[in-house]
Design a protein around this ligand. Structure first.
Ligand code: LMR
Length: 430
């Protein structure tokens, strides 16, 4: 006769909802509608809405396969594949000269691994009273820092009315509320969720604030080269902070998007310390944290990335891939905005093209997002974030093509902008 314990130790656990991005994928998978569209997760898609293996990655895969040696399944060092994390550091910071001895780099499980390793390290080393995240930010930033046990606070970032950066409030808030030693998480380029980045002058003011208040800048850099198609442009903020010479800082770097290596989990954590001695101390702590969590990262993706970063012909070819991806995204932005203008949609849609990178923060409300999903089978995050790469210009999928263009008339009859915005998407039916 089978028996079960009288009582479970887990029944008192709180119900925890699935991560918003993954929950959306599950809802999408369960939808049987043929022309359903997902604009949720930040993954690049080609014109056929299919994943795109970068041609340069295919070439690098061949090179890695040919070079396979009997050690290919051996454990890497705890800090990972050294040719990879050194090349990743150089890509990010550019030539550092003697300052390189002040940088500690660790190969991590993509950007999440780097954010998480950084959070655990900074909690122990700085004992911050809080971490400051932009409002809004990538959903996993909250998760990572809460799991680490550091109090999460937010700084203003998005101005809903102008659909742009809330710069003065950002500075004012941190100036008055943050404490020395607190960590401030910054998006190096292509801010995830909003696609809105500070200007160079604004970055300078943020760097100055970090110096003045003793805040520790921790950059999340997931879109290097992917945002503008130009590596130097996308690395500008990180390099500027470094060039001031007065700041210690950290960077979480990912190759998921810019090399399309999502599932290979390729990333790096970099710490820039004030002295070589301080860097050596950190070099002792970071492997211990990594060892306790993943022992060491996997090999293959890092070998592919290192091959691309160190072979001049592959590197040049990768630059072309980056331009292709960023150009397609810019084109999709333009088409979406043009269509909204064509329809005479009330409101200003300039933010669709002025935002940068993978996402557009549309300003749609959760209620409007729910309508889109239920009636039109278009899936986006409740925050109103759209993954622009998920759009395409196919007639059958075109949001406002053919008979759906009738919504232009409908819009003219409505005077409530919020309802109008919902109606635009609402009309997206095959
Ligand atoms: C996203 O923001 O959609 C991506 O970074 C994917 C993820 O894992 O969250």
């Amino acid at each position: 006769m089978s028996s079960t314990p009288a009582q479970s130790s887990f029944s008192a656990l709180d119900a925890v909802p699935l991560d918003a991005i993954y929950n959306l994928k599950e809802l999408f998978a369960a939808d049987k509608y043929e022309k359903k569209v997902i604009l949720g997760s930040g993954v690049y898609r080609n014109d056929n809405s299919k994943p795109w293996v970068l041609p340069t990655v295919e070439k690098a895969e061949e090179a890695v396969s040919k070079a396979q040696d009997s050690g290919r399944y051996e454990y890497l060092p705890i800090t990972g594949y050294a040719p990879f994390h050194a090349a990743a550091r150089d890509l990010l910071f550019g030539p550092l000269g003697e300052k390189v001895s002040r940088v500690v780099s660790v190969h991590t499980l993509a950007g999440t691994g780097a954010n998480s390793l950084g959070a655990r390290f900074l909690k122990g080393a700085l004992k911050p009273s809080a971490v400051w995240l932009s409002d809004p930010t990538w959903v996993n930033h909250y998760n990572i820092w809460k799991l680490v046990g550091v109090e999460v606070k937010t700084y203003p970032y998005w101005n809903v009315t102008k659909r742009g950066l809330e710069f003065e409030k950002l500075i004012d808030h941190l100036e008055n509320k943050a404490a020395p030693g607190d960590v401030i998480v910054l998006h190096a380029c292509a801010h995830n969720l909003t696609g809105v980045d500070p200007t160079k002058e604004q970055w300078k003011a943020i760097a100055y604030l970090c110096e003045k208040k003793g805040l520790f800048p921790f950059f999340d850099c997931a879109y290097l080269g992917f945002a503008s198609g130009n590596l130097d442009e996308d690395a500008w903020a990180v390099r500027y902070f470094e060039s001031r010479g007065t700041l210690e800082m950290a960077v979480a770097q990912s190759f998921s998007k810019n090399m399309g290596l999502y599932g290979e989990r390729v990333g790096a954590f970099h710490l820039l310390a004030a002295s070589t001695d301080a860097a050596s101390k950190a070099k002792g702590h970071l492997p211990r944290l990594q060892r306790g969590q993943v022992s060491q990262p996997p090999t293959r993706g890092a070998r592919i990335a290192a091959t691309i970063l160190t072979a001049p012909d592959l590197f040049q070819s990768w630059l072309l891939d980056l331009q292709e991806m960023s150009a397609r995204i810019k084109n999709m932005r333009q088409m979406l905005r043009d269509e909204l203008m064509f329809l005479g949609t009330p409101g200003n849609w300039d933010h669709i093209t002025s935002q940068i990178g993978m996402f557009s923060y549309t300003g749609l409300t959760p209620e409007q997002v729910a309508v889109l999903q239920a009636d039109s089978h278009v899936y986006l995050l409740n925050s109103g974030r759209v993954s622009i790469a998920g759009c395409n210009d196919h007639e059958e999928c075109k949001v406002y093509s053919g008979s759906n263009r009738r919504c232009g008339k409908k819009i003219a009859e409505l005077d409530d902008v919020e309802t109008v915005e919902a109606s635009l998407f609402y009309d997206f039916k095959g």
